[in-house]
Ligand binder design. Sequence first.
Ligand SMILES: Nc1nc2c(ncn2[C@@H]2O[C@H](COP(=O)(O)OP(=O)(O)O)[C@@H](O)[C@H]2O)c(=O)[nH]1
Ligand SMILES: [Mg+2]
Length: 213
Amino acid sequence: MTDFTDEELEAARILFARPATFVMGAAKIEQLPDPDLPEIAFAGRSNVGKSSLINGLVGMHKLARASNEPGRTREVNFFDLDGKTRLVDLPGYGWAKASKTTVKKFQDLGRDYLRGRVTLKRVYLLIDARHGLKAVDTEALDALDTAAVSYQIVLTKADKIKPHEAEAVREATLKGVSKRPAAFPAVIVTSAEKGTGMPELRAEIMRTTGAVL
Ligand SMILES: Nc1nc2c(ncn2[C@@H]2O[C@H](COP(=O)(O)OP(=O)(O)O)[C@@H](O)[C@H]2O)c(=O)[nH]1
Ligand SMILES: [Mg+2]
């Protein structure tokens, strides 16, 4: 994992303690907010923990709605962090129940966003720490490499396995993306439930967006 000084971790803690608000959900590419702030997007299969991670980062339980509310998770949802940066919750993939047309519509939206967003600084691709990279993730990795957007893998729900197991999955995941051109060569282990990895992820986002207090 990238090293951060105590000062950086503290600055990031303060940044993420500032007010975070829901800006809007876009169901079409024309509805995106003006690209006037640096953005960090979160992608991953549905249920991997995207909304929970965003909530964990800002320390609010209900900013991004978690689970059981597929309505919002099919849009691209924008959250403003104190006017400094936007956190973007992308539509999940790997839907079991949704129709093919619905899936395609929202994956196309996600792809259009990734391709065309000039203010997008990095994508965090979330992977369940219990499973590691799976075939279902390949398409997302390919889309990110094709869009040439810098992305980093975040392992979620690490509280559900033992630390040494999470470490093994982290190493295997890092190896799995080592030849991928747009992948950042570090994998962060997190638990939104326990707060694991949140200080480092906040610092990483602060560094990546160039947000200053
Ligand atoms: N144990 C545990 N459960 C989590 C964690 N993050 C998310 N979950 C659970 O996983 C389910 C899906 O989370 P959600 O954030 O809605 O996933 P999303 O579909 O990717 O936005 C919910 O029931 C969450 O409570 C975590 O760090 N630890
Ligand atoms: Mg969600």
